[in-house]
Design a protein around this ligand. Sequence first.
Ligand SMILES: [Zn+2]
Length: 263
Amino acid sequence: MIGRTACWLAPVCVGLPLLTAPVARAETAADLLDRLVQAYPQALAGHDGDAIIWRDGTRMPAGKLDPQRSFDDRLRNATILDQLSQPYPRGQPSTPAVNADPGRFRNEALFKKMYGDCSTGGVTRNLVTITWLPKSWGKSVSVTRINGVAERLKRVSAEIDELDPKIRRAAFPIAGVLSCRPVADTGRMSMHGYAAAIDLNLDYSDYWLWSAKKSSPIPYKNRFPQQIVDIFERHGFIWGGRWYHYDTMHFEYRPELLPPQAR
Ligand SMILES: [Zn+2]
């Protein structure tokens, strides 16, 4: 943006772009928590800077943004602020920087309260059945109804069904939704534990652990069509293909990492 004052005073806009161009401002903790609250309006009522406040009145500590904590510690013991701390890129995928894993920090207390605990039946009671790709595959899939995830996946499915058959082939058969077990390298529940993630066609998939032992940094691979990624992201789902520890068939509902129009 060119300086508004200069433009108002001069017959020809002679703003000083070098002095007045916007500088990207790092988001504060309050900004990050605003983003979280706006992303989950059915569950969250607000925050006070130190804690998020649920609609049922529960206060949950947001934790601290501590750059001294190791990546592994944040992966295994993510605070709510850790969960929001890595920016999620959009557009054509590029090789992620080492340990750039936006979305892999997940605060387990937050998601268990939101979706239920799969080990005690809390997730199952919120499952609904949708038909995945009715025009091209047409099989039933059980997903959570919390946060409108099932309805959003129906819209994703309808849009993928309209893609070129060669492209939509990457979206079926699906490799799974609900899986009540922790992620191998974190010991924490993935979004599959809440039935809020979907793995698409394994034949198109690349996964960091398959090549991690061979070289470092981990070589990035992806064969997933960008059109499918774009559709999921428009509906609030992030893609595992944007992670350094990539998992390219994986999509999970994480609207707090996407722009407001995707929520
Ligand atoms: Zn997955």
